[in-house]
Design a binder for this molecule. Structure first.
Ligand code: SF4
Ligand code: SF4
Length: 166
C-alpha cells in the first residue's frame, strides 16, 4: 500500500501527478473522460474488464496500477460503479462556458434528486462549492453503487470528487 496514502487517508493531487494519473487538458477539451485515481497496488482489476472500449489497462501483474487510454475513453461512465475502491470519476469540462460536471459513486441514502443544489466536496470530504445535480443513475447493473453527476464552476473540476452526505 502507498505509504503517503496510508498516512493521509486520501489521495493528493501531487500523488496523482507522481503516478502519472492526471488526465490531459487536451483530452478534457474533447468532452467527458474518465479520471482514475487509484494508487494502491492491490490485486484488483474489475475496471479493466468493465470498460467496453478497452480503455483501461492493468495487465500483469494484477497489482499494477490501472492506466487509462484517454483517446479510447468515451466518458460513458460504466467503470465508475464497477470500481470497489470508488476511485473512478468522469469529468466533462465542456459542459458549458462556465461549468463542468463531475460524476462520482455515491453509496448513501437518501440519494439526491435532479436539480437539487448540494454541497460539492473534495477528496478529503471538505466542502469546495455548491453543485447542481444533473443526473442520478442507479440501474440494477450498477449493483447498488449509484452514480451522481453534479454541475459545478469549472475552476473546481479538478478538486470536486463527491458531495456532502444529506
Ligand atoms: S468512462 Fe467508459 S470508456 Fe471511459 S474508461 Fe470508463 S468504461 Fe471505459
Ligand atoms: S477497479 Fe478501482 S480499485 Fe480496482 S484497480 Fe481499478 S481503479 Fe483501482
Amino acid at each position: 500500500m502507498n505509504m503517503t496514502l496510508e498516512r493521509n487517508g486520501c489521495i493528493t493531487r501531487e500523488e496523482l501527478e507522481r503516478f502519472n494519473l492526471i488526465t490531459s487538458e487536451e483530452r478534457f477539451k474533447k468532452g467527458t473522460v474518465a479520471v482514475i485515481e487509484c494508487i494502491q497496488e492491490i490485486p484488483c482489476n474489475p475496471c479493466e474488464a468493465a470498460c467496453p472500449q478497452g480503455a483501461i489497462r492493468i495487465g500483469s501483474p494484477i497489482t499494477s496500477l490501472p492506466k487509462l487510454n484517454e483517446e479510447l475513453c468515451t466518458g460513458c461512465g460504466v467503470c465508475i460503479a464497477k470500481c470497489p475502491g470508488l476511485a473512478i470519476f468522469t469529468i466533462d469540462k465542456t459542459y458549458s462556458d462556465t461549468e463542468a460536471t463531475v460524476s462520482f459513486p455515491y453509496e448513501y441514502v437518501p440519494l439526491p434528486v435532479k436539480d437539487e443544489i448540494v454541497e460539492a466536496v473534495n477528496r478529503e470530504g471538505k466542502v469546495v462549492c455548491k453543485g447542481k445535480v444533473v443526473k442520478v443513475l442507479n440501474p440494477k447493473s450498477y449493483d447498488r453503487t449509484p452514480v451522481v453527476t453534479v454541475a459545478i464552476q469549472k475552476e473546481f473540476a479538478d478538486d470536486v470528487r463527491s458531495m456532502k452526505r444529506k
